[in-house]
Write a new protein. Structure first.
Ligand code: UDP
Length: 300
């Protein structure tokens, strides 16, 4: 595989080993013996069978080169391997944020997989000559996993968003998938001191899949620190998905999604909150990609 610059495409998490200590970050919440889920193999992020083989480095973040179907299959594999696992999705703003927030970067590097949520990440891959198969957005993956969980008899827990949004996503899921096992839900506005209680609640619910919708970097850091204590088999950060699926915030029309203009649709709805993320974030992301492109050219 070659990049456009003639340099071998970066296909795995080259250098990145994280100092972030997931085990000790989680340990305060551990209560061994609470249920049989602690009998799982020891926690080892990235323990997917071929986890490093299909990654493309984009601005220091290893992006899994998976289609949406393959991502669902990967999650099945992770669940069958045992132990807790988590996935993440990134857009331009998150890639830029990871440059400045080492804990976020570590969480992304140590995730079992990271997919391209934003069209800008897909365009960046093309510009860098990396053969990224598909954009796999958090909300699309979330919807696929709800259907998959209903088919497979996996139970789900929803954590995040305002109370009316999280209740709305529960109602949406029940309507859409009557057989889905909903283990529980909790809104995303709680103090750090309530973490232990929430982890215990998720653990007691015996949920298989956990969806965390608390925005970035909060959701990635929360998952990285608390995954083990929740006892779930797989967790995914899904950003604003609860707001969309509950109908509280409208998603961009399909034509805008296809043209990579979803960010513009969101920006118009919430300009004061999002201008920095999109305007500055997109510019900073472009600079990171240009830097990667020129580094590739220089070393080829
Ligand atoms: N949120 C939360 N707890 C917080 C802050 C935010 O649960 O402390 C929720 C918020 O209500 C919204 C989501 O996180 O539902 C953030 O959505 P955003 O659009 O920022 O996420 P993105 O998809 O862009 O990462």
């Amino acid at each position: 595989m070659k990049s456009s610059a003639g340099k071998p495409a970066a296909t795995e998490a080259e250098s990145t080993h994280c100092e972030f200590d997931f085990e000790s970050a989680s340990s305060p919440h551990l209560k061994p013996g609470l249920n049989e889920r602690f009998e799982r193999p020891p926690f080892s992020p990235n323990q997917s069978p071929d986890s490093a083989s299909q990654r493309l480095m984009i601005a220091g973040i290893p992006i899994a080169n998976l289609s949406e179907d393959e991502t669902v299959a990967r999650i099945d594999e992770l669940i069958s391997v045992g132990g807790p696992h988590f996935g993440a999705v990134v857009n331009a703003a998150k890639v830029v944020a990871a440059e400045h927030e080492p804990k976020l970067k570590c969480a992304l590097v140590d995730a079992d997989f990271v997919t391209a949520d934003g069209m800008s990440v897909v365009w960046a891959a093309r510009l860098l000559g990396l053969p990224l198969k598909q954009r796999v957005t958090g909300i699309d993956l979330f919807e696929r996993l709800l259907a998959h969980a209903a088919e497979q008899g996996l139970s789900v827990y929803f954590l995040g968003a305002r109370e009316n949004s999280v209740r709305g996503v529960v109602e949406f899921s029940k309507r859409r998938h009557p057989s889905l096992r909903i283990a529980g839900y909790h809104n995303g506005y709680f103090e750090e001191s309530e973490n232990e209680f929430i982890c215990d609640e998720i653990m007691s619910s015996c949920a298989d899949l956990l969806f965390v919708a608390m925005g970035s970097p909060k959701q990635e850091l929360w998952i990285a620190s608390n995954l083990l204590a929740t006892g779930v088999r797989f967790a995914l950060g899904v950003g604003g998905s609860f707001d969309h699926l509950s109908g509280r915030v409208r998603r961009a029309p399909i034509w805008m999604q296809k043209r990579g203009l979803e960010w513009l649709h969101r920006f118009v709805q919430e300009p004061t909150r999002l201008w920095r993320r999109y305007l500055i974030g997109n510019l900073a992301f472009t600079l990171l990609i240009v830097r990667q492109l020129f580094r590739g050219r220089r070393s080829s």
